[in-house]
Write a protein that binds this ligand. Structure first.
Ligand code: GDP
Ligand code: IMO
Ligand code: MG
Length: 509
């Protein structure tokens, strides 16, 4: 067993009087939740995920070694002191992926006996992955750019009251009965799709490489039942009533809630319909582990600064390189290597915005952990941040400050000018020229929002070794304080690199 040594200090004042802490993202995901869940895991007794599923990719770097988790909570690397890691009821749970991740931990000599899975978590089945991918293949403009992990259809089934839960893997009769009912509905829908495309998707390794395919019925019920019973057997000892465990722990133990995705991807508050299918805000996270939001004593919202990223389709007003960047990043043929080959000189200072976007992507290593897609990059958008803070509160962690170390000029979007046709939001009428300080996340509005920028000189110095705010270059300090003032943020921590130690406490918080 590898024992991970603590080599950093969590400022005690951040957690004064806190029993339940949430780490959430204020943007479109990939802001560094994994790093900060791992950072605070040292403090916590219980680390719990409550939203999303294997669409997430959370990276943790410890002493130069990188771990990426999709389903396992990012606190798993602290396994020596009786900590518990929980996959809560709100998670869309794919047992195949969890078992793969557990095998990787085992290879590393790390234990996972402290992992618990909610018996009532929503189960992801092969039909969900198929439906997700079929929809993404359609040419009618309804593509979301999902991760193809079956997340949307699994939640749809839950709300349509035909979903299965983790516990169904432990009971052959209910598994078969619920599965047959679920598949009967899917079969009716599938008659509208191209059978060859169905077969091609069912041949994908994420769908058992054809093992669940039936040539006339689309699905082989027996094969699915058999496989999921096997998963159930493998995981049986980990499956528990975790809602009760969390309920009993509230106020008595230290609970750390790990957000997935980000507020702008929330099904309830995000840039709908270009969102994921769970509510990744603090509220959704609390509900997804079976506790009430008022039990969350403090929430830290992560802000990637001074640029942001988005994966998949959807509006992104500050995208560097605009439409060209969106098209390039969403083209399935675009890979990191192809980008490197075609644009070897792209840098954070390229005069062509499209190449500058690539330069920032490269500097921040912004390539998806789940799908390997290049993440679209844009400047920090304060109207969206102000909007997002409604749902996560003012306490913030700024990450990836080091990525723009060599950037000579940095743009921050401080407001939008609406430039579209007249549009009503309730009684408010938007007309060309209307200025917006807080974003309105309707696609019909966002697509016509022209960012108004303020330019800042960069610092052009390495910051990744800085240990205190005062060691940071003056230009960077001023920029941090500007963003704090403009968005009314209470910044508690700064991050200047992926490692735990590359974290700086703000002195006044
Ligand atoms: P998550 O989904 O929010 O957990 O974020 P991801 O793991 O998908 O992406 C964040 C990436 O940024 C990871 O590769 C992290 O290791 C890395 N990272 C986190 N904080 C920092 C930072 O302050 N500086 C740099 N350079 N990388 C960081
Ligand atoms: P973490 O937790 C970034 C995006 C997808 C797509 C949309 C819907 O690592 O921050 P889905 O597969 O959920 O139905 O896809 O949501 N998306 C993410 N983008 N980070 C994530 O997770 C994401 N999880 C989903 O790219 O646009
Ligand atoms: Mg991620």
């Amino acid at each position: 067993m590898i024992l991970l040594q603590l080599s950093y200090q969590i400022p005690a004042r951040l957690l004064d009087g806190v029993s339940t802490l949430a780490i959430v993202c204020t943007q479109w995901g990939d802001t560094g939740k994994g790093k900060f869940v791992d950072f605070f895991a040292e403090w916590a007794d219980i680390i719990a995920r409550g939203t999303g599923g294997a669409n997430a990719g959370h990276t943790i770097v410890i002493g130069g070694k990188t771990y990426v988790f999709h389903l396992i909570p990012s606190g798993i690397l602290y396994d020596s002191a009786g900590k518990i890691n929980v996959i809560g009821n709100g998670v869309a749970f794919d047992p195949r992926i969890l078992i793969e991740e557990l095998a990787i931990l085992a290879q590393e000599g790390l234990s996972f006996n402290n992992l618990l899975i909610a018996h009532n978590a929503r189960l992801v089945l092969p039909q969900h992955i198929l439906m997700d991918r079929l929809r993404e293949n359609s040419l009618d403009g309804s593509r979301i750019g999902t991760t193809g992990r079956g997340i949307g259809p699994a939640y749809v089934d839950h709300y349509a009251r035909v979903g299965l839960t983790v516990n169904d893997m432990l009971n052959v009769d209910s598994l078969r009965r619920k599965l047959e009912r679920n598949l009967a509905e899917k079969r009716k829908l599938l008659t509208h799709y191209d059978p060859l495309l169905i077969q091609q998707i069912m041949d994908h390794p994420h769908l058992g490489a054809g093992a669940f395919f039936h040539p006339s019925k689309f699905f082989d019920d027996d094969a699915i039942v058999e496989q999921y019973l096997m998963y159930g057997e493998t995981l049986r000892l980990l499956i528990k009533d975790t809602d009760q465990i969390l309920h009993d722990a509230v106020g008595k133990k230290r609970i750390l809630l790990e957000g997935a995705q980000g507020t702008l991807l929330s099904i309830d508050y995000g840039t709908y319909p270009f969102v994921t299918a769970s509510d990744c805000s603090v509220q959704g996270l609390a509900r997804g582990v079976g506790i009430r939001e008022r039990h969350v004593d403090r929430a830290f919202g992560i802000v990637k600064a001074f640029y942001m990223t988005r994966v998949g389709e959807g509006p992104f007003p500050t995208e560097i390189g605009g439409e060209q960047s969106a098209k390039w990043c969403n083209d399935p043929l675009t890979t990191k290597d192809r980008e490197a080959e075609l644009y070897p000189d792209a840098s954070v200072n390229s005069s062509d915005p499209f190449e500058q976007g690539i330069g920032i992507r490269r500097a921040g290593y912004e390539y998806g952990r789940t799908t390997r897609r290049p993440r679209r990059t844009g400047w920090l958008d304060l109207p969206l941040l102000r909007y997002s803070l409604r749902y996560s509160g003012r306490d913030a962690i700024l990450t990836k400050l080091d990525v723009l170390d060599n950037c000579e000029m940095i743009q921050i979007c401080t407001s939008y000018r609406y430039d579209g046709p007249p549009y009503s939001i309730g009684e408010q009428q938007l007309v060309p020229g209307t200025m917006l300080r807080i974003a309105i996340p309707h696609v019909e509005v966002m697509r016509y929002c022209v960012p108004q920028y303020r330019s800042f000189r960069g610092w052009c110095r390495n910051t990744s070794d800085a240990k205190a705010f005062r060691e940071l270059p003056i230009q960077l300090r001023e920029l941090i304080l500007f963003v704090a003032r403009e968005a009314d943020l209470n910044i508690v921590l700064l991050s200047v690199g992926p490692d735990r130690e590359q974290t700086i406490a703000m002195e006044t918080n």
